[in-house]
Design a protein around this ligand. Structure first.
Ligand SMILES: CC(C)(COP(=O)(O)OP(=O)(O)OC[C@H]1O[C@@H](n2cnc3c(N)ncnc32)[C@H](O)[C@@H]1OP(=O)(O)O)[C@@H](O)C(=O)NCCC(=O)NCCS
Length: 206
């Protein structure tokens, strides 16, 4: 089912548990809740949750936009600056990896500037753009529920909706050391498109 507002704190908790070796998994709950809310309120971003007894046991975060976080950066700019500094001071993982993320500062500043110009004209509404390729940005299943086909059900729901919207292909990238995720994607029908030291890209025809 689509992610709903009340799922946001539950998804944030599962995100933190599932992505302990990833940058965003170290950014804290406040950041994660702001980030995940982008997949509930935006027209171009999509979130799906698998639930069992009111608990979120799996989720997908995906986008149809080539710049999915413009509004996220613009609407939360000062809060993001504060949260990033605060995590930088508290978490050595963030300190070690922050230099790889400096490109986001540029994107955030650009978003801040371009939106402040557009906002004076009209309330721009994001819409699904069929020339973009939808991308799966994050997928996780609670450790206790892995190996049960839940990830497969989530990707099926995502692919079905993208196909209904008129898209022909979806993509994603995985970290090269994430063997379980890579095995899952291959088993789930995704085809390897390219690889670098930092990531392996996959696509799937709809
Ligand atoms: C990636 C993820 C969503 C897959 O869900 P899952 O329920 O584990 O998926 P499945 O068990 O259906 O498939 C995993 C496949 O990986 C392989 N696998 C299983 N256990 C494994 C392990 N310990 N190490 C490596 N590969 C493994 C098997 O090929 C398995 O397929 P099988 O069912 O034929 O045995 C889940 O492992 C997860 O949440 N991981 C943490 C978050 C993450 O890394 N997300 C992906 C990056 S965006």
């Amino acid at each position: 089912m689509h992610l709903q507002s009340q799922d946001i704190p539950l998804v944030a908790r599962l995100y933190k548990r599932s992505f302990q070796n990833h940058f965003l998994g170290h950014m804290g709950y406040k950041f994660l809740e702001l980030f995940i809310s982008e997949f509930v309120k935006s027209d171009a971003n999509f979130g799906y949750a698998a639930k069992y007894k009111n608990e979120v046991i799996g989720f997908i975060l995906a986008t149809t936009s080539d710049n999915p976080f413009r509004e996220f950066y613009r609407d939360n700019f000062m809060m993001l600056v504060y949260l990033t500094i605060s995590r930088f001071l508290k978490d050595s993982f963030i300190r070690r990896h922050i230099t790889k993320r400096l490109g986001h500062v540029h994107v955030a500043l650009k978003a801040l500037f371009s939106f402040s110009v557009k906002d004076n004209n009209s309330g721009e509404k994001r819409e699904v753009c069929l020339s973009q390729q939808p991308r799966l940005l994050a997928l996780a299943v609670d450790r206790s529920y892995r190996g049960l086909g839940i990830a497969n059900e989530l990707t099926a729901e995502f692919c079905k909706e993208m196909k209904e919207l008129g898209f022909k292909k979806v993509g994603l990238s995985a970290l090269p050391w994430n063997q379980r995720a890579i095995s899952f994607y291959i088993k789930d029908g995704w085809k390897k498109e390219g690889a670098s030291e930092a990531s392996i890209s996959f696509s799937r025809l709809l």
